[in-house]
Design a protein around this ligand. Structure first.
Ligand code: G6P
Length: 368
């Protein structure tokens, strides 16, 4: 196939802007648009009625999607999740006797460690499922159940649209699982699917922050270190935001659970440390804000990304603010991913790095 950049400067930028459309395609595979019920694609039926524990595994950005998946399955379906990067899962020889389903996530469907993990799970007699973006890939062929993301070809090495589509598939699957297990009632299911259908509009609004983000990126491009903090759903996003920045701008970045700030990274805070706080207005918002105050008290440079309009007045002097539209809780990971991608992108553009082909990285890692 041939894919071009259209009017965009890089594939990564084009792929970020495709998100409203591909999220809607992906959702279509998991929701029956006539009755609003969740489902898995035809021929790939998955019954969660008796699933009590899922083992999730993936590499790179897929692993952070899996981390969001764990929050989704635990919160919306009451299913406990084990989570491993695939390079650990394949060798850990974890006793899997109480696991009912092994779920793998891979954009390419060819990552060596993820494939080896899938084979290990099968050798242990487990039922396997894979969320994949390439339907003819090895992982798609070998998994018992194939759960597609319909992101289309992703060329930029740093994953963007494949990630948010993985989150969309996971969100819909968690709702389906909740329904199967009687945790979510029929009318609640419709509320969830209505919320998921809002994703393209909200992601589109987030994309409109590009001008503002470009401005912030000019500043970030002058920094040498960045710390990303988040709690709950935002913890995996902090990890993913830091990964994106380091991958394409080569600025040293780390993601941390906000509550771990005082267990180490706080020692690094001074006026040279850029701190990106991911704080949607959710159950743990106040707690994250108090971590942000600890950073401010030590002179750290703060960028707060939130959907809490009132946060502007409460924000401390000097903190920069990026405000997203209000959104349903289940969409927080999907919509908040967008400004984090865009921040990394524009920082890298400022620095003049090879955004689509960053040094030392490969789109698909087929060797160990
Ligand atoms: C490489 C890519 C990442 C990707 C990871 C896993 O490191 O650069 O963008 O997240 O592999 O790839 P997969 O195709 O299995 O999702």
């Amino acid at each position: 196939f041939y894919v071009d950049k259209g009017n965009h400067r890089h594939f990564m930028q084009k792929e970020m802007f495709e998100q409203p459309e591909v999220l809607s395609h992906t959702l279509g595979a998991y929701v029956n648009m006539t009755d609003g019920r969740t489902r898995t694609p035809k021929g790939q039926e998955l019954d969660f009625t008796k699933v009590r524990r899922i083992a999730l595994s993936a590499c790179g950005t897929g692993y952070y999607a899996a981390l969001v998946g764990r929050y989704y399955f635990e919160r919306y379906a009451g299913i406990a999740c084990d989570l491993d990067v695939a390079s650990e899962f394949r060798y850990r020889e974890s006793p899997l006797s109480d696991v009912d389903l092994a779920l793998f996530i891979s954009q390419s469907g060819e990552t060596a460690d993820t494939l080896a993990s899938l084979r290990y799970a099968k050798s242990q007699g487990l039922k396997t499922a894979a969320i994949v973006n390439v339907p003819e890939s090895t992982i798609a062929r070998e998994a018992d159940v194939v759960l597609p993301t319909l992101a289309g070809p992703e060329i930029g090495v740093a994953s963007t649209k494949a990630f948010t589509c993985q989150l969309m598939a996971l969100a819909a699957l968690a709702v389906r699982a909740g329904v199967d297990r009687g945790v979510i009632k029929a009318d609640e299911e419709l509320e969830f699917t209505r919320a998921l259908m809002e994703a393209p509009r909200l992601v589109n609004e987030a994309l409109h922050l590009e001008g503002e983000i470009e401005h912030i990126a000019r500043d970030l491009a002058t920094q040498h270190h960045a710390l990303y903090l988040g709690r709950g759903f935002s913890y995996p996003l902090a990890l993913e935001g830091a990964l994106k920045l380091k991958e394409i701008s080569y600025i040293h970045a780390e993601g941390y659970a906000a509550g771990e700030l005082k267990h180490g990274p706080i020692a690094l805070i001074d006026e040279t440390m850029q701190v990106v706080v991911v704080a949607p207005h959710d159950r743990v918002f106040e707690k994250t804000v108090s971590n942000m105050q600890e950073v401010a008290a030590r002179g750290g440079r703060i960028l707060l990304i939130t959907d809490h309009k009132g946060a502007a007045s409460g924000a401390m002097d000097g903190a920069r603010l990026l405000v997203l539209p209000d959104m349903p809780e289940i969409l927080i990971p999907i919509v908040f991913a967008v400004p984090l991608q865009m921040l990394a992108y524009h920082t890298a553009v400022q620095m003049g790095t090879d955004v689509d082909q960053p040094r030392n990285l490969a789109k698909s890692v087929t060797v160990e």
